[in-house]
Design a protein around this ligand. Structure first.
Ligand code: SAM
Length: 471
């Protein structure tokens, strides 16, 4: 048997370390240790009543709720049934009133559930099974009064100094919660979300595009300060609207912002129009009366221009090829004050850029010898020309990326807001020359948008007058 005899210095070091550790433990102990030495389940009940009172106080002192699962997921968990990792709760103000929004974070998906803050029994029945689950690890409720926590094996609800000095702002919450509340019934009727308001996996990107699009257009509309009334609503046209995801989203957002709006979706496929008209009517009959002024008309964008005296706002999300140009043209012709589009494919200009001989163009020769560069460059030339045409017609124009590439490759946005003052003649001429130079420098002699507005590109072949816009 070996006997270890400790040197006095070593003994002293261990003693000192122990004292330090004990102090450390004391330092990190709760400031006020609360509540009861009672059976385990009382900690659950105590937490739920703290949660309820923090949600229903005026203003709510609730900040955040975090419920943790036992073990972090391992690789295997990602290939089996979804495993619950964590539940996060936050306060959200949605149309139906204040709710506790629970986000269930699973290995392969997130789902959300909204519980009205005054519905105590639903709160308890959502949370108690989580606390009793064998996977439960710990729960923390953060309020302005204090942070309340308990662990699986603990019988006590502990109280620590509050992490938050003020609740996450309502603005921050609604921002995070997005401009279109995910629980909006129309999103579910359109098939973008499930019954609990969670985006369908294959619709997440489309929803993100609609949210960003609405955020951008909504701000431009508000900045423009349109005066609207029930008898003189804001006229919005969504050109090439498809299943109306964006049309519904913008209409709902503007109506909720107290703007009187009439929205019309134009779509070449009549069956889509009847589907979404039925959804709009059904929502109206269920009490969402603002959808009374939302409708969908079958037809081509280019012919629609004849059927309306004016539009205030024209939007187009991924209207294919020259349908984006038809949308711009329609907006200009109907004197829309705001035109916003995210173009789709760009065939008309691409064909010409593909044929153009860049060999004499110095540095560009080696760039354009690659197909991917020619494709991207022709998109830039097309959208550059579209932007210039809008400037020439008296709009302030911006071109930028509106969502990340993970949501769609077609993420370029053109916004055009009509200037208050008319362009001076010389300025118009300068822009005209820039259009002609850009087109000529890239071998573009045919551009339907310019042609329809009576702007003749250099080297253009004669085309029939029927393609021109009506005067
Ligand atoms: C790629 S989808 C986009 C639909 C919708 N804007 C969206 O983002 O969900 C393009 C839609 O435009 C329609 N479309 C294409 N050219 C059109 C035209 N000239 N007139 C009317 N609709 C058109 C198509 O039928 C299709 O539904």
């Amino acid at each position: 048997m070996q006997v270890f005899v400790m040197a006095p210095t070593r003994l002293l070091a261990i003693l000192l370390l122990s004292i330090l550790l004990m102090n450390q433990i004391r330092l990190t102990e709760p400031l006020t240790v609360g509540v009861s030495q009672v059976p385990h389940h009382s900690a659950h009940q105590d937490l739920i009543s703290k949660l309820q009172s923090s949600l229903s106080s005026t203003p709510p002192s609730f900040c955040r709720l975090i419920i943790k699962n036992t073990k972090p997921a391992n690789r295997k968990d990602y290939f089996s049934e979804p495993k619950l990792l964590q539940v996060e709760g936050r306060y959200v103000a949605i149309k139906t009133g204040p709710n506790l929004q629970l986000t269930f974070k699973e290995t392969t998906r997130d789902t959300t559930k909204n519980i009205p803050v005054d519905d105590g029994s639903s709160l308890a029945s959502a949370l108690l099974p989580l606390f009793s689950s064998s996977d439960f690890k710990a729960c923390t409720l953060q309020t302005l009064e204090g942070d309340y926590a308990f662990k699986k094996a603990s019988t006590k609800l502990r109280v620590n100094r509050p992490t938050f000095k003020s609740p996450p702002s309502a603005e921050h919450n609604s921002e995070k919660n997005s401009i279109i509340p995910p629980t909006s019934p129309f999103l579910h009727s359109l098939g973008l979300t499930d019954a609990s308001g969670a985006p369908k996996p294959n619709k997440k990107s489309k929803l993100k595009q609609c949210q960003k699009f609405v955020e951008i257009v909504g701000k431009l509309i508000k900045d423009k300060g349109f005066a609207t009334s029930p008898s003189d609503p804001l006229e919005v046209i969504d050109a090439g609207c498809g299943r109306g995801y964006l049309t519904f989203s913008l209409h709902d957002h503007l109506s909720s912002s107290d703007i009187h709006v009439r929205s019309t979706g134009i779509e070449a496929r009549p069956s889509l129009c009847s589907d979404v008209n039925a959804i709009s009517s059904s929502l109206s009959s269920q009490g969402d009366s603002h959808f009374d002024t939302l409708s969908f008309e079958p037809g081509y964008i280019s012919t629609y221009v004849h059927s309306k005296p004016r539009a205030d706002v024209l939007i187009a999300l991924h209207a294919c090829d020259t349908a984006s140009d038809d949308s711009i043209l329609t907006g200009i012709h109907l004197q829309a004050q705001v035109i916003v589009l995210s173009p789709c494919c760009h065939k008309e200009i691409r064909r010409q850029v593909e044929r153009h001989d860049y060999r004499g163009e110095g540095a560009l020769r080696d760039v354009m010898s690659h197909g991917i560069h020619r494709e991207r460059f022709s998109e830039m030339v097309t959208d550059g020309l579209r932007g210039l045409v809008l400037e020439w017609k008296g709009y302030d124009v911006k071109v930028f990326e509106f969502v990340g590439g993970e949501h769609t490759g077609k993420n370029c946005m053109i916004t055009a807001v009509k200037r208050e003052e008319e362009l001076q003649e010389e300025e118009r001429d300068r822009i005209r020359t820039r259009i002609l130079d850009l087109a000529e420098g890239n071998g573009v002699s045919e551009f339907k948008l310019a042609d329809s507005l009576g702007l003749e590109l250099r080297g253009r072949r004669q085309v029939k007058d029927s393609r021109r816009m009506p005067k």
